[in-house]
Design a protein around this ligand. Structure first.
Ligand SMILES: Nc1ncnc2c1ncn2[C@@H]1O[C@H](COP(=O)(O)OP(=O)(O)O)[C@@H](O)[C@H]1O
Ligand SMILES: [Mg+2]
Length: 359
């Protein structure tokens, strides 16, 4: 098992900065996902690690050894890309064996490792088929077997499920999670799909405009994003400009948009330009019968629209000039009656569920 470390790596294409990474460490056995919009530098980073392109500066260290000068096949990494690129004239087994033969392993070992890799992805019985005789998901599993066959320390995957339809994507997602669990290999996985990132990752490296925006667990990234970009990219959020004042050493935030002042116990970012984030599910439409819970603040709002989604109802409400998104749990028919457009409701806001990000 090996640790991968990236130090000061950058890549430009003419005048476009495609990537700048100060430091990034992938622990042995970790599943790290590079998540970000199209063009944010995910493929560039993966290609630099793989050795498919050369960086302009910096070092890539595998267990402390600089591998930036090595060609791809000498880095000991497995790769799976969106277009699985199986050799069409070779059988499944031959496709998987190809990389092992290129490494000049003895014939018996090639056979044994090929079979083992195919069993791992549950394709042992289809070893003699040609790629065109397989479904898209099966082909992608052959690509996985090929990448895993020589037991690389790290497997790199660039949107491996991108070409599959929805059901297959679900199935493959669990297959990849299972393989990672069973093999303990490190995985660096690229996707722009936040659900894939949430389900699979030990940590998510959120990328934005050729930089690393934030690296954290899925939970930390969701509940404690550091920036507006992170707050908006993962999940939904309401963001309100706010001012900070200090009373007896404690921070109090003033939200002009909602006419609210609330205590804020978390540390504040260094920036002056801050926004208060409230996830739609963190706002509650207050009960008309129960009293306001201690510490919770109330604001009157008007329902603009409501969408019944079953377990949840999605509301758009307005406070003054400000539209706010609310996701409310629906437990009974009578809950729905107060969500009629035009109705006045109380929003309950718990300061403990508020979080500040930099704008
Ligand atoms: N071969 C190339 N030539 C010129 N620009 C490129 C090339 N490859 C990538 N880029 C640019 O580098 C940036 C990052 O691209 P990429 O790493 O492919 O992003 P992602 O995988 O996140 O969609 C983009 O602005 C892209 O247009
Ligand atoms: Mg890409």
């Amino acid at each position: 098992m090996q640790e991968l470390r990236i130090e000061g790596v950058s890549k430009r294409y003419h005048h476009v900065a495609a990537l700048t990474v100060t430091t990034l460490t992938v622990a042995a056995g970790e599943f790290l996902t590079l998540l970000g919009p199209s063009g944010s530098g995910k493929t560039t980073l993966l290609s630099l690690i793989a050795g498919l392109i050369e960086s302009d500066s910096g070092r890539i260290l595998l267990d402390g050894k600089d591998i930036s000068g090595l060609p791809p096949y000498r880095r000991g990494l497995g790769m799976v890309f969106q277009n699985y690129a199986l050799f069409p004239h070779m059988t499944v087994a031959e496709n998987v064996a190809f990389g092992l033969q290129a490494r000049r392993l003895p014939v018996a070992e090639v056979q044994q490792k090929t079979q083992q890799a195919l069993n791992m992805v549950r394709l042992g019985a289809l070893a003699h088929r040609l790629p065109k005789e397989l479904s898209g998901g099966q082909q992608q599993r052959v690509a996985l077997a090929r990448a895993l066959a020589y037991q690389p320390a790290i497997v790199l995957m660039d949107e491996p499920l991108g070409a599959l339809d929805r059901n297959l994507r679900e199935e493959m997602k669990f297959e990849i999670a299972r393989l990672h669990r069973e093999l303990g290999t490190s995985v660096i996985y690229v996707t722009h799909d936040q659900e894939e990132a949430l389900v699979l990752s030990d940590r998510i490296c959120l990328m934005n405009q050729a930089r690393v925006e934030q690296i954290d667990t899925a939970q930390a990234l969701y509940f404690k994003p550091q920036t507006r970009f992170a707050a908006e990219f993962l999940g939904e959020s309401n963001l309100f400009p706010c001012q900070v004042q200090k009373f007896d050493g404690a921070n109090v935030l003033t939200l002009d948009a909602l006419g609210l002042r609330l205590p804020y116990a978390e540390p504040l970012p260094a920036s002056d330009n801050i926004l208060l984030m409230l996830r739609p599910e963190s706002i509650e439409v207050g009960s008309t019968t129960a009293p306001l819970p201690a510490g919770v603040l109330a604001v009157w709002a008007q329902i603009q629209s409501s969408q019944f989604l079953g377990a949840m109802t999605r509301l758009m409400v307005r406070v003054g000039e400000t539209d706010i998104r609310v996701l409310q749990r629906t437990t009974s028919l009578s809950d729905l009656q107060q969500f009629t457009p035009g109705a006045q409701v109380q929003l309950w806001i718990d300061p403990a569920r508020c979080h500040v990000v930099t704008a």
